[in-house]
Design a protein around this ligand. Sequence first.
Ligand SMILES: [Zn+2]
Length: 306
Amino acid sequence: MVRNYYKILGVQPDAGKDEIKKKYRALALKYHPDTNNNSKKAEDQFKIIAEAYETLSNKKKRAEYERQRAYSSSSSKSSGGSNHSGFGGYGFGGDQRSRSSRREGPFRADGTPPPAEEFRPDPNAPTSGFDLQFMVDVPLPVMALGGKIPYSYDKYVNCAYCAGSGQDEGKDCSHCKGKKQVVKSVTIEIKIPPGVADQYTIRIEHKGGDGKNGGPPGNLLIKVCAMPHPRFKRVKNDIYADVEISHELAEHGGSLEVETLDSKRTIFVEEGTLTGEEYRIPGQGSAILWGQKRGDFVVRFRVDTP
Ligand SMILES: [Zn+2]
């Protein structure tokens, strides 16, 4: 027997990819084990929905399925009603079996799913991947002006060898030992927004662990941790820099080249400058509110005493 995947998803046999996806999402949401107290029956339901979607959303698989269906309908008079374990043993698709053992099957005779609480959990149900959270040290200039930083981390991904099925020719996949997933190290570039605050969490969708059995991937949460800088200190949107000047320069005044966050500026040191006095360069500090405007760069003089 071949299950009627169209009926399971509630679409017509000529339904397009988008419609199939839409129906699948709605059903997957409804029967997700998390929203059904991990009910076994909801998970069974979930599995079958996923199986239907996996088949109908893939051009190749769908063609093969159509072929099987055509074959099955032509020979069903002799084999109909038997428990075809090759399709998981849920008995869906054969009216005779569905009617006689309705309580075992996740679907009713007419193909409509029974209430979620009637289902049992199923290890093959699609489950979302894990959300991952990391604290990442970010240099002060990158936090102030934005930028990209490479970051490597480990996450669970679907085993490429068995395509996340855990099975290889009827046995546990030798690569993932039947666990369907393996740990993989990945490197991404994290986009740091200009002017981001310390401890801010950046959410990167779908970069968490892979989902199992066709479930969606988790998200990646990056907590920005400000690294101390040897010369600069950030106070809100302003950047402070302690600059040592000679006793002579402080006494007589003169020009001085200072390094700001992203450039060099020549400033004028006034005659009789004392330690602790400040020189403010407008618009050379940290970005404000992730935008183009910037705070000030503040030079704090420290006079070198002879
Ligand atoms: Zn595997």
